[in-house]
Design a protein. Sequence first.
Length: 105
Amino acid sequence: MYAVIEDSGTQLKVKEGDVLTIDLRDLPEDASSVTFDRVLLVGPEGDAKFGHPYVAGASVTADIIERDKLGEKIDVIKFKRRKGYRRKNGHRQRSMIVKVSSIKA
């Protein structure tokens, strides 16, 4: 069974056992799982239920493996020639790694 979920403006196709990297969200420190309730499509291969826009009653539960700043650091550089203007800033996206444990249709 697989599902297509919406998370932070992106659509992800998931099945049980998949490991995903998603944006960090505000959860308590002792939380061990996260539930995705915006499910766009759910079902086995060939016989899927489509939502308008979401499938009623469907959810995907995932266990949290790690939370941290996991990605590469990106350098943001602004420069204007002959003006003596240079700015450098860095950014690292905060994310978390989850493993899909169950899909409820």
